[in-house]
Structure formats: C-alpha cells, structure tokens
Write a protein that binds this ligand. Structure first.
Ligand code: FAD
Length: 485
C-alpha cells in the first residue's frame, strides 16, 4: 500500500489547485483521477473572474492563463454588463478561457511540482481511523493517507461515503450543452425566452459549434443524445442547423445544493463536491479554486505539525458562507434568464438598477470574488479581506506584494519604521519584510481605507492582522494562524 500525507480524489481544477498548494508547502500529495489523463472532453466552463486571476497571480502563474484567454467585462446581471474596469486590482476584468485549456495549463504547472498523479483510477470509498485514511481504488491496491480531500465533483463519492448531507434545492430546469458540427450557419448571439437561455457559438477552430439550449421540460438524469439536442433546437429555433458529429453532449441543471459540513474527521470536501449550482454567472470553478487556496496552507500546516487540527475548522467557517452566498446569487441569476411576460419587468428593473454605481460595484464584487470578507473579528476593513497587490519598495528594490506569496508562505509586511518587529519564534514560518509604500489603500466595493502601518498576510492572500503603529494582537494572530511560538 502506497502512503501519502494527503490524497486528493479528483484532478479537476479544484483538485489540481489544491495539489499545487500542498506541493508548494512541501507536503507529500497524490491526486487520484479517473480519467486516463488530464484531457477534458468538451470545453465546459468558459472562464473565471478577477479574484481567481489574482489567486493565480499570487502563485506567479496567472500569465500562463492570460496568454491563452481573452480578457473581457463578462460579469452580468439580467441584461447589464457589470463593468469592473474601475476596480482597484491589477486584473479589473474576467478571463474568457475554456475549462479544457484551464485544466491543461494547470496540469502542466503541477507537473513541475512534486505531485504524484494516479490517472485512470477511481476512488471507490474509504475507511478512516484515528491516524489516517485507507483510500480504496477501483484498480490496484488502496492508498494510505493522513488526510483525504474529495475534489471529485458534484456527484462526489467521498461526500456520500463520509455521510455528509447535501441539502438544497431540486432541479427545476435543464440545459443541453454540446459541441457539434452543423450544415446551416447558426445565428449569432444569445436568445432568451420564457424557458431560459439558448445560444450557438462557433469555436476557434471555425468548424465546431458550441450549443447551449434550455430544455422545455426538466430532462432525465440519463446521458442526452444527438436526437435530444436536435429536438430541443427545433423547438427553440425551428431548425436543428443540421447538427452532426458531436464530440460532447451533456446536460446540466439548476440543482442547487451545499454540503452541510466541509469536514468529517480526516476527510474534507472542496469545489463542486461541496457545492453545486446553475452555472449562471460563471462562479463554480472560481469557488473551487478559492476553496483550494483557503484549505491548502491550513492542511499543510496541520500535516507538517505546526498547527493543531482545529485550524481546519476555519476552512468550513470561512468558505461555507462564501459558497452559500454564491448559491443564492446564482439562483437569482437563473431566475432572471427567463424572459416571459411576467418576468420581463423584473429583468428590466434589475438591469436599470445594475447600471447605477453602487449596485454595479456590489454585484461585481460578488461575481468577481473581490469582495470576499472572512469574519476575523472587528477591526480595520482590511482584516479578513484580500491584500491588494501594491507596488512597494524594499531594501532589495521595488516589488509587487503578490510576488512575496509565490511560495505560499505568510508575510508580515512592515510599512513603518524598518526593524520595528521581532517575530523570532515564527521566523522560520513567516517572512518579515520591511517595505515602503506611498499611495492610496483602496479596496474593491469599499473604496479608500486608512493606511495601516503593517499587515500580516496569510498564504491565501487574506489579511490576518492589521498594524496601527503598535504590535498589539500580533503575537495572538501569529499563533492563531501559523502555530504556537
Ligand atoms: C456549462 C457550464 C458552464 C460553466 N461555466 C463556468 C464559468 O464560466 N466559470 C466558472 O467558474 N465555472 C463554470 N462552470 C462550473 C465549473 O465547470 C465547475 O464548477 C468546476 O469544474 C468544478 O471543478 P471541480 O474540480 O470542483 O470539479 P470537476 O471539474 O467536476 O472535477 C472533478 C474531477 O474528479 C474526477 N472524479 C470524479 N469522481 C472521481 C472518483 N471517484 N475518483 C477519481 N476521480 C474522480 C473527475 O473525472 C473530474 O476530473 C460551468 C459549468 C458548466 C456545466
């Protein structure tokens, strides 16, 4: 039986991001992925939003994705584009990039890191005891791990085997999604009607057309066929455009559910295994990457023995509310896609409100993930919010704050008197950087905030402590987040 500190079930975007985070923290990590390799058949998700680009930037890999995608103002509500061009971030936009490209780039990245991947194997179940978890695989011997993380998607085997409830809302509508060839040129753009949203889009190869069509009735859970797609298209467009040669046909619904707990002993959930929703707003992949970046460093510290297991409870405490809010948001988005006589006035009203500055910023803050605020108590507005990627000057010259996070190591950024802090007991765990910054401190949605004299930045880029000219509370924050002195 092979042993690893952490086994991740599922090598989708969440599983790969988590593997990278753990490998950066020098944890022996293995991914079990049932596909024979990283290739994803079908394009699936169409990209991600600003905070996800920032998370990748914090690890120094955002450029790989930016080079292949297209930046755009893609966050929308009803008929209004939520332009976030004025948001104080280096990436005030979304990135259009297909999920199969995202997964290819991620697979290339983790291949550069010490991550073991077992392709072509399926996790079938597990048994946990006080010291670890036996992970049963479909082919070959079991694996032994100290922790198992289910990143195995919405139908998660791990969630079920852990007995974690998945309450929420049953599906009310379904969409077919496919990549096909056509004999008739399809119309451009998206069509809305009383059923929902429909659209055909010619892909970059000039030959394949990506189709999304809302079905008239909620479809069955069986795999859809080309005939199902043809029928759905004829109902909406009066023709099926001569669809043929499908490379991928799938069905998704507006089922909306969230795991009651993100942890059961030594087993954790992240990504779609912990929450599923209608893809309106395009937040699913981003939520999973966010889960992975929140969990990775905490799990690494527990595995490495620097923090107690209770640190893992903060993962649920911080990430469950984030997904719960996204679920509410996607249900609202899904409802606004129906454009019948009774819904249209609501769509118009929301669209009118959304162009106003305050609602635009608030809604864009949710979709982009830039407004995430973990509840770390009362205090400066930066506490529990993302650290801005400021241009600071250090003794070694100018640098961007995000570059300090490339190795996923925490930072105490001292912006006051150089040498003003002594964190010797944590010196091996926390980087202490003296730096100067002149300029405003501006947060997305909130606006300008008072300049702090120091900030303690967690490896996920969230601020764990804010200095006001003293070091009051710093040792407590260091011990809470990075282990006892
Ligand atoms: C049409 C559509 C459009 C979307 N658009 C967007 C968008 O624009 N932006 C966005 O952010 N999100 C979008 N999403 C959502 C996004 O695709 C998902 O949220 C995302 O894929 C979740 O990633 P994950 O890694 O958690 O799960 P998955 O991508 O489902 O990955 C799970 C992985 O686990 C593997 N696996 C499953 N079971 C096992 C097992 N037992 N053993 C081993 N391996 C297993 C699977 O093969 C898979 O590779 C969209 C989804 C759809 C359907």
């Amino acid at each position: 039986m092979s042993e690893h500190a952490v086994v991740i079930a599922g090598g989708g975007p969440t599983g790969m991001m988590l593997a990278a985070e753990l490998a950066l923290a020098k944890v022996d990590v293995a991914v079990v992925e049932r596909r024979p390799d990283h290739v994803l058949v079908g394009s699936r998700a169409g990209g991600f939003h600003s905070r996800t680009i920032e998370l990748l930037d914090q690890r120094g890999v955002a450029d790989r994705f930016l080079a292949e995608g297209q930046v755009a103002q893609a966050a929308m509500i009803a008929t209004t584009v939520l332009d976030m061009g004025d948001f104080p971030t280096r990436h005030p936009y979304s990135l259009g990039i297909w999920q199969n490209q995202i997964e290819r780039i991620m697979a290339t990245w983790i291949a550069e890191l010490p991550v073991q991947i077992y392709y072509g194997r399926e996790v079938e179940g597990f048994a946990q005891d006080d010291d670890g978890v036996d992970v049963e695989l479909s082919h070959g011997p079991s694996l032994r791990a100290r922790y198992l993380v289910g990143c195995d998607g919405g139908r998660s085997v791990i969630r079920r085997a852990a007995g974690i409830d998945f309450p929420g809302w049953e599906p009310t509508k379904s969409n077919l999604i496919a990549e096909v060839e056509v004999t008739e040129e399809p119309p451009r753009g998206i069509r809305h009607d009383a059923t929902g949203v429909h659209g055909l889009h010619r892909m970059e190869d000039g030959k394949t057309v990506r189709v999304i069509v809302t079905e008239q009735q909620l479809g069955p859970s069986s795999e859809p066929t080309l005939d199902d797609l043809s029928e759905a298209l004829v109902t909406v467009y009066g023709t099926d455009f001569g669809i043929h040669s499908p490379t991928w046909i799938s069905r998704f619904t507006d089922m909306t559910r969230q795991a009651e707990a993100y942890r059961a002993g030594r087993v954790l959930l992240a990504g779609d295994s912990a929450h599923v929703h209608y893809p309106a707003g395009g937040q699913g992949l981003s939520l999973g990457v966010g889960d992975a970046v929140n969990l990775g460093w905490k799990l690494a510290q527990v595995v490495n023995g620097t923090s107690p297991q209770s640190l893992l409870d903060t993962y649920h405490a911080e990430r469950h509310p984030v997904a719960a809010r996204a679920l509410q948001h996607t249900m609202a988005q899904g409802a606004l896609q129906r454009r019948d006589e009774r819904m249209k006035p609501l769509v118009d009203m929301v669209s009118e409100l959304a162009v106003m500055d305050e609602p635009r910023k608030r809604l864009a803050g949710i979709i982009s993930g830039l407004d995430i605020h973990y509840d770390l108590g009362e205090g400066h507005p930066l506490l529990g919010r993302r650290m801005p990627d400021l241009d600071v000057v250090t003794a070694d010259g100018p640098l961007r704050v995000f570059t300090l996070l490339h190795q996923a190591k925490p930072v105490l950024l001292n912006l006051g008197e150089p040498g003003g802090f002594d964190i010797s007991p944590w010196a091996d765990r926390v980087q202490l950087i003296d730096a100067a910054y002149v300029g405003p401190w501006e947060l997305p949605v909130l606006g300008v905030v008072a300049a702090p004299t120091a900030v303690l930045i967690r490896p996920d880029g969230y601020v764990a402590w804010v200095g006001d000219g003293t070091d009051t509370g710093l040792r407590d924050a260091l011990a809470t987040w990075f282990g006892p002195s």
